[in-house]
Design a protein. Structure first.
Lengths: 244, 247
């Protein structure tokens, strides 16, 4: 691990992203459009205040998962990963480079989406708004770490994109957004306790509802950080210097 | 860093990919400071051997030693440059940004970027996005990404494929300069036999077996052939006659 190499990798990834204006625009605009649509659908009801904040946690997770799994799959298939692993660059530098680059994008995305939700859509947040951005960053890093891991199991970009419905949608269904987790059938409720997105949505819901949420949210954040570490560990197993 | 007589020594190397034995029991050595051509038909194991030398190929048994150290050991990662067959650089970055990244990774100074761009004759395209360049230009960017680290050993997998004759001549001129004037060791694969004349030594590899390891004049004398292509064909015929074993 070498900070200079990690930073160089993060810079390189952000430069690649900067060349792709459409992806950046979609990362920033799509969450706002969806939030706006949701606020409009539930206009005059309390529903948006309940799920709007939770969605702020779901977007960075989903978007960073897709972007990372496709980007690292490209590194695997184009031969740049093999080349990099034959240099002094460590696996940790590679993975943390991705985490830093997409973490940065996630902060920008969370600032834009949160500002839009609070000021344009009148989302009521009882707790501190900045905490929404912190949880969004955690969710983004979780998406990046999981994306890195699953890209090791995809051999085409089609497969990589299919991991989104396979791994992300079940978490979305069980995270408490559609039916509160304590009202799910007991088996599903137990399963949802093991899915990291549940804690992200719990944290966002707490921030929206409780004026002093820091204690409760930091427990959820700890679980999310633990899941990030596990996913990065599993991801590092898919980065092999020697391949068959 | 002590100079070793043979920059690359491969001993009893056996590589199995899937259920296919690609290299059964291979031994070669590459002398320091020379350009050694690895020639032979596609699918004969050239890339596998190169990957084993760079240390990215999982091997079943045998030793591969580069600059006195086991292939792929951390101390070698700065000293060995590797260029894959298809260009392995970032298509969505400019030539300069690609090389700047690899320069940082390889611990090279900033001046190395300009020198590498110049040595592959891409100065006028330095700020162009790699994806917009022609195939030949892209493979030169890939070569520059290895040169930028100032490696002592360069392993180049078919670096001249798809290039026009002028560029091919220029690149071979560059390879010879890198070896003869700067003391580097180059292992260059090709399936174009006429490139044999530019190499100091030739390794002929077919179906995972070394058919010949000599200089071109030695090879021509031994086979009585007029050029490398005919020499190779006569060795292949001999090998087939003796049941695929070594002549």
């Amino acid at each position: 691990m070498n900070l200079r190499l990690t930073l160089a990798t993060a810079t390189r990834i952000l430069r690649q992203l900067r060349a792709d204006h459409r992806t950046i625009a979609m990362m920033l605009v799509v969450p706002c459009v969806l939030l706006g649509l949701l606020a409009w659908i539930f206009d005059g009801t309390p529903v948006f205040d309940r799920i709007g904040a939770a969605l702020l946690g779901v977007f960075p997770f989903v978007v960073m998962f897709i972007v990372t799994s496709v980007a690292t799959l490209r590194e695997r298939t184009s031969g740049t990963l093999e080349r990099l692993l034959a240099t002094p660059l460590g696996k940790g530098d590679f993975m943390l480079g991705y985490a830093m680059a997409f973490g940065f994008m996630a902060i920008v995305q969370a600032l834009v989406a949160t500002a839009f939700a609070v000021w344009v859509c009148d989302l009521d947040v009882a707790g501190p708004t900045w905490l929404l951005v912190v949880v969004a960053l955690g969710d983004a890093l979780l998406g990046t770490a999981l994306g890195l891991f699953v890209s090791g199991f995809a051999s085409t970009e089609f497969q990589a994109v299919q991991f989104m419905p396979a791994l992300v949608l079940p978490q979305f269904l069980l995270c408490g957004l559609l039916v509160p987790r304590d009202r799910l059938p007991s088996v599903l409720s137990a399963v949802s306790d093991w899915l990291p997105l549940s804690y992200a949505v719990d944290a966002m819901g707490t921030i929206a509802a409780v004026p002093e949420p820091l204690g409760e949210v930091s427990r959820d954040l700890a679980v999310i950080v633990g899941a990030i570490v596990v996913a990065l560990g599993l991801g590092s197993l898919t980065l092999r210097r020697r391949t068959p | 860093m002590a100079k070793v007589a043979d920059a690359i020594v491969v001993d009893h190397l056996r590589v199995v990919r899937g259920d296919r034995v690609v290299l059964a029991d291979l031994g070669v050595h590459v002398p320091t400071g020379e350009v050694v051509g690895l020639l032979g038909p596609s699918g004969g194991g050239k890339s596998t051997l190169m990957r084993a030398i760079v240390g990215v190929q999982r091997v079943e048994s045998g030793q591969v030693t580069v600059l006195g150290e086991p292939a792929g050991s951390p101390g070698l990662r700065r000293r060995v440059g590797y260029v894959t067959q298809s260009p392995s650089v970032y298509a969505d970055l400019s030539v300069r940004h690609n090389l700047a990244y690899f320069a940082t990774v390889l611990g090279a100074d900033r001046g190395a970027v300009d020198r590498a761009i110049e040595s592959v004759d891409l100065t006028s395209h330095a700020d162009a996005r790699v994806g917009r360049l022609s195939g030949g230009q892209q493979s030169r960017v890939s070569l520059a990404a290895a040169l930028v680290g100032d490696p002592e050993v360069l392993v180049l997998d078919e670096p001249t494929v798809g290039l026009d004759p002028v560029l091919r001549r220029d690149l071979w001129g560059l390879f010879r300069r890198l070896a003869h004037e700067e003391g580097r060791t180059l292992l260059v694969s090709s399936h174009v036999m006429d490139e044999a004349t530019r190499c100091d030594r030739l390794l002929l590899l077919r179906e995972g077996e070394i058919l010949s390891d000599s200089t071109l004049p030695e090879l021509l004398t031994r086979t009585g052939a007029a050029d490398a292509e005919h020499a190779f064909l006569s060795l292949v015929d001999d090998a087939a006659r003796w049941g695929g074993g070594r002549p």
